[in-house]
Design a protein around this ligand. Structure first.
Ligand SMILES: [Zn+2]
Length: 304
């Protein structure tokens, strides 16, 4: 169902976590509502990144696809680029490209006024430098974006601080989408410091190698112990894989190099992340966030 909306995206904040930047809310797009924090796979950005376009062409392609949420064209730097390079990247590319992306986005929304409007998110860069993350957040925060992508090079051990630097500067009333979280434990740090939505490539990436998420960490289904285990991989999991197949069957598919193995593993891993983020959202609402975080991390790393 398509909802008639004046704005491409609306965001309402419901509850806030005491002493941190975490919040729960609702994002409304023309195609429906999302309760946040939420795991929402956003595929288009990664695909476009691989190609070198102009900001205008990038916007035209994203509008052509019809995605509810689109992203400004930016330069993705790495932690290996030095400070001077990061400054030059922001001043000469990411900031001017954000201005051009927004102008083209407005032109396209007007040109296609018969279709549901699309929302454009600015993307914050600045690698692991606090001053640059704050500068970029302020610069983009003053522009008329519907929300913000928290992007680029992030050091795992500093991910919470980095997200906090950005979220302290960005406008509070706009949603923040974390691009490319790596592991389940990072999700706690990102939410605690103000991220509202995420995508995450890990469920598919680790799933390809037979690694399945459990609350006690990742377990590899190719291990010999699963060869004759005719029970579901996780009895408590609601995913299609666990509801319909046994561990022994998954083990066999991986050993036989069947493509279906990747799909079934990814389904389970994505469900694990969805459930985790659902639990975190509930814990912010009822005030048990820090208890959940402590319990989850203690279990998740108990075998290491
Ligand atoms: Zn499952």
């Amino acid at each position: 169902m398509i909802v008639q909306m004046k704005n491409a995206l609306e965001f309402e904040i419901h509850t806030r976590l005491d002493g941190a930047l975490a919040r729960t809310g609702t994002i409304t797009t023309p195609h429906g509502t999302i309760q946040t924090p939420a795991f929402i796979p956003v595929g288009t950005k990664a695909t476009l990144k691989a190609l070198r376009f102009t900001p205008e062409l990038s916007m035209q392609i994203q509008h052509g696809i019809g995605a509810d949420i689109t992203f400004a064209f930016d330069e993705l730097t790495t932690l290996f680029h030095d400070y001077n390079y990061q400054v030059e990247s922001l001043e000469q590319r990411t900031h001017p490209w954000a201005v051009r992306s927004l102008a083209e986005h407005k032109r396209l929304n007007e040109e296609r006024s018969h279709r549901p409007p699309q929302a454009l998110f600015g993307v914050v860069q600045g690698a692991d430098y606090e001053d640059l993350r704050r500068q970029c957040s302020k610069f983009l925060g003053e522009m008329d974006f519907a929300g913000y992508g928290l992007g680029g090079a992030l050091r795992k051990s500093n991910i919470g601080n980095n997200v906090r630097w950005m979220c302290e500067e960005l406008p509070e009333d706009k949603p923040r989408h974390m691009l490319g979280i790596s592991e389940p434990d990072d999700i706690f740090d990102c939410i605690e410091n103000g991220a509202d939505t995420f995508d995450c490539v890990s469920p598919a990436r680790v799933g390809r190698n037979g690694a399945l998420y459990t609350k006690f960490g990742r377990v590899n289904i190719t291990r010999a112990q699963f060869k004759e285990d005719f029970t579901p991989f996780d009895e408590t999991c609601e995913c299609y894989t666990c509801k319909n197949f046994t561990s022994a069957y998954l083990h066999h598919l991986f050993r036989a190099d069947e493509l279906l193995a990747n799909t079934l593993a990814t389904i389970h891993n994505e469900q694990f992340i969805v459930k985790l983020v659902d639990d975190i959202r509930a814990s912010i609402s009822d005030g048990s966030f820090y208890d959940l975080k402590k319990e989850f991390l203690a279990n998740y790393y108990s075998k290491k």
